[in-house]
Design a protein around this ligand. Structure first.
Ligand code: DGY
Length: 318
């Protein structure tokens, strides 16, 4: 295990494996990880682990990696296939929580909550002023969802409760109730809020760059709840500095963690939180449970409930 997993969730694994949990605090240093994996058959990994050919070479007995996240951009899945390693992950169980986070960020950014809260804390709360801290409305705003997977669809369902027209992009044709599929070049200028909800891969890296930001409305907000490198950070800093977009709300950034002196933190209209999209206790317990269930299934010779078909063939599942 790369990290702590609650004892009641871990328990079933103890019947089928000798389990070692990293207890060195923080992330497992690379050297320790390579040393430990040299003798492991299975591994419960985190999105902060870089899983590449070097690591797989150092783990000749490794048959299964079960990652406690839905995103697997830290994993070289093709290398896992080459090394005969099956990869599990944790889709579905965090979908609704992450969609809640998207809405929380949208509402906070559009209604300028961070700025308003900072003013109160700074002791600058003056008499009520009808023209102070004005913002746009969340309800009725057009939302453009970039990437209509599970989380994008959960965001679209919530948008309907806020009377928000929904536009979306998707690689594949999808029928989503009351939502219109458009090209990104059409979505960007028509949206009041652009939410990035696509997986990170070679095709999507940097998909929101200078020209895409240039297509957004001057009043529109960019919200990223997927992965930092989907957005070109330098281009976003430029757009915020030039005032060509209304603001941003980011659960994920590139780099991550964001250094305290990073220019993104200079903009009061750029809200940044530290990759907490699925960080509720119920969601994290469900993710841990699914990661353990995936490992348990593999080690028991059963099909894993959530594995990546692009990784090695499952012992029984494929
Ligand atoms: C995931 O599961 O990929 C999320 O980013 C974790 O919050």
């Amino acid at each position: 295990m790369s990290d702590f997993i609650p004892g009641d969730i871990l328990e079933p694994l103890l019947d089928v494996a000798d389990v070692e949990v990293w207890d060195g605090g923080g992330h497992v240093p690379r050297a320790s990880l390579l040393e430990k994996l040299a003798t492991c058959g299975g591994w419960l990994s985190m999105l902060s682990d870089t899983i590449d050919a070097e690591l797989l070479d150092a783990a000749p007995g490794l048959e299964v990696i079960s990652q406690m996240s839905v995103g697997v951009d830290n994993i070289d899945v093709a290398a896992c296939l080459d090394h005969g390693v099956v990869v599990g992950h944790t889709p579905d169980v965090l979908t609704e929580t992450t969609a809640d986070t998207a809405f929380t960020l949208m509402a906070a950014a559009v209604r300028r909550l961070p700025e308003a809260e900072a003013l109160v804390r700074a002791g600058a709360w003056g008499p009520w002023d009808p023209w102070h801290f004005l913002s746009g409305d969340l309800h009725g705003s057009t939302i453009g969802i970039v990437g209509m997977g599970r989380i994008g669809q959960a965001i679209a369902r919530r948008a309907q409760g806020f009377d928000m027209p929904v536009l979306f992009t998707s690689r594949t044709r999808k029928e989503i109730p009351d939502a219109v599929r458009v090209d990104i070049d059409e979505l960007l200028p028509r949206s009041d809020i652009v939410v990035v909800a696509a997986p990170l891969n070679d095709e999507t890296r940097g998909m929101i760059g200078r020209s895409e930001l240039g297509l957004m409305r001057e009043t529109a907000y960019l919200v990223n709840i997927a992965r930092g490198p989907l957005v070109d950070t330098a281009a976003l800093v430029e757009a915020l500095a030039a005032g060509t977009i209304g603001g941003a709300a980011l659960d994920v950034t590139d780099p991550e963690p964001l250094p305290p002196d990073h220019p993104l933190l200079d903009f009061p209209n750029c809200l940044v939180v530290p990759h907490i999209g699925s960080a509720t206790l119920p969601a994290r317990r469900a993710m841990a449970r699914l990661a353990v269930t995936n490992l348990f299934a593999f080690l028991s010779g059963e099909p894993m409930p959530a594995w990546l078909p692009g990784s090695a063939r499952q012992r029984l599942g494929d």
